[in-house]
Design a protein around this ligand. Structure first.
Ligand SMILES: *Cc1c(COP(=O)(O)O)cnc(C)c1O
Length: 401
């Protein structure tokens, strides 16, 4: 081998997760004693509910500390099946469900299972940061479908149709969306499903925020409106966001049996079963009381109103009202071209850097999600912290000239 070039091309081409990079920079500044207002968090600020923790402690005490079935314990897959039946009115048997080490691993395995080198996966923009990298790692090519703030980041079905080729393997939907908070409506989902059935491709629906929506409706995805698309739909979900369990690493896929079998095979040769103790905790989360979810959603709803109203009150910011998740995604492009101390702000990266350096606010530049006009602010933090951040933001923006 060429010893001067010791890494695989695959990894040289891979970009590190930009959201984790911002987080690392903010944490480093904080460690140095800086008073950073962190509005970049990608996880709920609540503690994991006690009854879930207790289930994990019992699992340890009971010696539930060995390998489990690669696809996860049967009780957990049954509980997931029940949730999917309750929310989406679709039956999934346990061999149509695989539990993974986080929703992220589920998505990764799913793409490895269905994407061949040279095939294409359509990704609506703005997108969750990991989709393009995951598609590329599978050898596939991301094909970007731009959406606009004016249309509430909805998918234009005729535009989608124009991107479909013989190489199209899948489209990835994420509703409620990280970063925009947008929820796809019935018409959009029906349009996508009709194309998937007629042209023959998969819909990967990343439902990780399905319970965190503010219109009082229960979770919805494409199967809520087009159940006959089941053979085309792969659901990716998990307990991280709904139950404030990001560190436990439990997610799952549900879909056509051949896809689930293939994803399980990949898992069997890479990580094997997800953590046995965390599986018991996830089981308690799905089958236990759900008040914790309602309380969290109510808190997010209050903060959402506060942050979006404050943002829109600032001259030059335009922010849609998010319908779910815990992010808002304001258009800040009117500040591009302005300067501070002779340094020009060219785009979202420079603006986020300016806000971190000068206002001590951590946020994520829109470019990380494929749209440079925006900045993502997370409101998964205390309302007092949000207020302090918005005060600083207002003052820092007014100093630009
Ligand atoms: C957080 C998140 C996930 C998965 O999170 P895990 O912690 O791996 O379960 C998947 N998709 C989106 C859009 C997310 O924001």
């Amino acid at each position: 081998m060429n010893w001067n070039n010791p890494l695989a091309k695959r990894v040289l081409d891979l970009k590190p997760s930009p959201t984790l990079a911002v987080d690392a920079k903010a944490k480093a500044l904080k460690a140095k004693g800086e008073d950073i207002v962190n509005l970049s968090a990608g996880e709920p600020d609540f503690d994991t509910p006690d009854h879930i923790k207790e289930a994990a402690i019992s699992a340890i005490r009971d010696g539930f500390t060995k390998y489990t079935a690669v696809a996860g314990i049967v009780e957990l897959r049954e509980a997931i099946g029940k949730k999917l039946k309750r929310d989406y009115k679709i039956e999934y048997s346990i061999d149509e469900i695989v539990v993974s080490t986080g929703g992220k691993q589920g998505l990764f395995n799913c793409l490895q299972a269905i994407v061949d080198p040279g095939t294409e996966v359509i990704i609506p923009v703005p997108y969750w940061v990991s989709y393009p990298a995951m598609v590329e790692l599978s050898g596939g090519k991301p094909v970007y479908l731009k959406t606009t703030q004016e249309n509430g980041f909805a998918i234009d079905i005729s535009k989608l149709e124009s991107l479909i080729t013989k190489k199209t393997r899948a489209i990835i939907l994420n509703s409620p969306s990280n970063p925009t908070g947008a929820v796809y409506n019935e018409e959009t989902l029906k349009g996508v499903a009709e194309l998937a059935i007629n042209k023959g491709f998969y819909i990967i629906t990343d439902d990780i925020y399905d319970e965190i929506r503010f219109d009082g409706r229960s979770p919805e995805n494409v199967l809520s409106f087009v159940p006959e698309a089941k053979e085309h739909v792969i659901i990716a979900n998990g307990v991280s966001k709904t139950y404030s369990m990001t560190g436990w690493r439990i997610g799952y896929l549900a879909g056509p049996q051949p896809v689930i079998k293939a994803a399980t095979k990949i898992q069997s040769q890479s990580t094997s079963n997800p953590n046995s103790i965390a599986q018991k905790a996830a089981l308690a989360a799905l089958t236990g009381p759900q008040d914790c979810v309602k309380e969290m959603v109510a808190a997010f709803k209050e903060r959402r109103k506060f942050i979006v109203e404050r943002l829109n009150a600032i001259d030059g910011i335009r922010c849609n009202m998010p319908e779910g998740a815990f992010y808002c995604f304001p258009n800040m492009s009117s500040f591009y071209g302005k300067s501070f101390n002779g340094k020009k702000i060219e785009g979202s990266l420079e603006l986020a850097d300016y806000l971190l350096e000068e206002a001590k606010i951590a946020c994520v530049p829109g470019i990380a999600f494929g749209d440079d006009e925006f900045i993502r602010f997370s409101y998964a933090t205390d309302i007092k912290v949000i207020e302090k951040g918005l005060d600083r933001l207002e003052s820092a923006l007014s100093r630009l000239e």
